[in-house]
Design a binder for this molecule. Structure first.
Ligand code: S3P
Length: 184
């Protein structure tokens, strides 16, 4: 049993962090936060607009602040954006404040799941496959470095994945109360 005050999902775009996270929160009776949506709410702008008007570095700074805030609380399931692990401070906080699950998905699956998506600025160009492969090269070791559990979502749907993962978490994750504030 691995104690941690929050359950955190990391992994690449299209790995199902939000849909699986929402289901896991329901299963465990916890609050659910999607870091991307929190960033948008705080900025009053979409991620695409933040990237376009302020640039990726500005987005990453916002992402770091939002995740630090979410991780200061406890009793939440938190879905992170695919690039959240690029920041060393965030990685440290994830280690300290989360039971971290790396949702793994291969590039072919990502391409299929994201085929109709037009909201992700990093996938706005023509060669999505190449972009996803390059991102995976850099990020996969970072996901694995901080993960307490690696879970391959393979060809499963969100409901099946959440059910199977929930079962594993029953045995592996113990929600630990700390001095952090409970999420509202
Ligand atoms: C990003 C992933 C996105 C979002 C932003 C950047 C990335 O989140 O944070 O578009 O760098 O991989 P999802 O992983 O939820 O798609």
């Amino acid at each position: 049993m691995n104690p941690a005050p929050n359950l955190v999902l990391v992994g690449p775009m299209g790995s199902g962090k939000s849909s699986i996270g929402r289901r896991l929160a329901e299963r465990f009776g916890l609050a659910f936060f999607d870091a991307d949506r929190e960033i948008e709410a705080q900025a009053g702008a979409s991620i695409a607009t933040i990237f376009e008007c302020a640039g990726e570095a500005d987005f990453r700074a916002r992402e770091q602040v939002v995740l630090a805030g979410l991780l200061a609380g406890e009793g939440a399931v938190i879905a992170t954006g695919g690039g959240a692990v690029l920041d060393a401070r965030t990685r440290q906080l994830l280690r300290e404040r989360g039971f971290v699950v790396h949702l793994h998905v291969d590039v072919e699956q990502q391409l299929a799941r994201l085929a109709r998506d037009r909201s992700r600025p990093l996938l706005a160009g023509d060669d999505r496959e190449n972009v996803l492969r390059r991102l995976a090269e850099v990020r996969d070791p970072l996901y694995d470095d901080i993960a307490d559990l690696r879970f391959d979502t393979a060809a499963m749907g969100a409901a099946d994945t959440a059910a199977k993962l929930g079962h594993l978490l029953d045995a592996q994750w113990q929600m630990a109360a700390t001095a952090g504030a409970a999420h509202p």
